[in-house]
Design a protein around this ligand. Sequence first.
Ligand code: AMP
Ligand code: TRP
Length: 339
Amino acid sequence: MTDKALHKPLVFSGVQPTGNLHLGNYLGAIKNWVPMQDEMPCLFCVVDMHAITVWVDPAELREKTREIAAAYIACGIDAERAIIFPQSRVSAHAELAWILNCVARVGWLNRMTQFKEKAGKNRENASVGLYAYPVLMAADILAYRATHVPVGEDQKQHLELARDIAQKFNNDYGVEDFFPQPEPLILGPTPRVMSLRDGTAKMSKSDPSEFSRINLSDSNDDILQKIRKAKTDPEPLPDTPEGLEARPEAANLIGIFAALSGRSRESIVGQYAGAQFSGFKSELADLTIATIGPIRDRMQRLLKDKAALDQILERGADRAREITRPVMARIREIVGFLG
Ligand code: AMP
Ligand code: TRP
């Protein structure tokens, strides 16, 4: 088997089982995965090893892992066609991460902005895992020699690093084309959904304010209240999309409306030109409830049968392991480990 013969189109992506899944995860990532299942083989991972880079309660980690799997399915991922599995159940991720730790350079990791944000002021006290996090992410992708990686905008820098690591491995070991250059797919009209409390900060699982995000588990009433209270500015809605510049909260709400309705920003701005936010917000709440409500209900139903979810995850891990087996055998050979 030549190295190039192993290359074939394959999608890999993942979500961390921490905090609450929110509208940003849905619109920026999971929603865009659904049509890909018809196009190429897909792996959708629950990245529990990434989750422990900061402290998480073990019982909560188990529950959240199932919750993400349930969310994938509730959003339209088919566990037969796509492979849904927990990262920790496929040891290739950890094994390859170590090898790639020895390929990646400290200077490269020092440039990662997410580490700086997550570690905050007390960087000395951050875990080594949090620092090496992007290398594990590169291993996730490269253990399958995945070619397409659909993610939200915040992951772009990590994807660039994965490409650099792949390239350096190929060069260092003289195996041109062994790893493909994984392509980031940053899709949809809202690759970056912003907080409902601050249009300049991204909607995030870790924001302490519940009013900053719409969770996939929110009740219809929660959704209504959060959108009603979403921060806006005192001006009426503009009559052109250019009028949204320098109005981050208005731009965010219009972007969410566009993503949920499948309509362009122009047509939405045209409809609401000069209007107050209240009428617009009530339509936006209806749209959000119409999308999130059925996902939430399906998720709740799926979460009632934990044994069934565990079985899906176990079978997914078996299928994922099968794909990594020949890739890892070849990597061990390339690096010089005894076979
Ligand atoms: P995380 O919540 O960090 O595990 O992210 C899971 C996926 O959701 C990744 O592809 C992220 O890029 C995407 N994502 C997270 N937050 C947002 C957001 N506010 N807007 C758009 N995409 C997001
Ligand atoms: N770091 C990603 C996030 O927080 C999650 C992730 C881990 C991932 N491994 C991945 C995404 C591999 C795409 C491919 O959003």
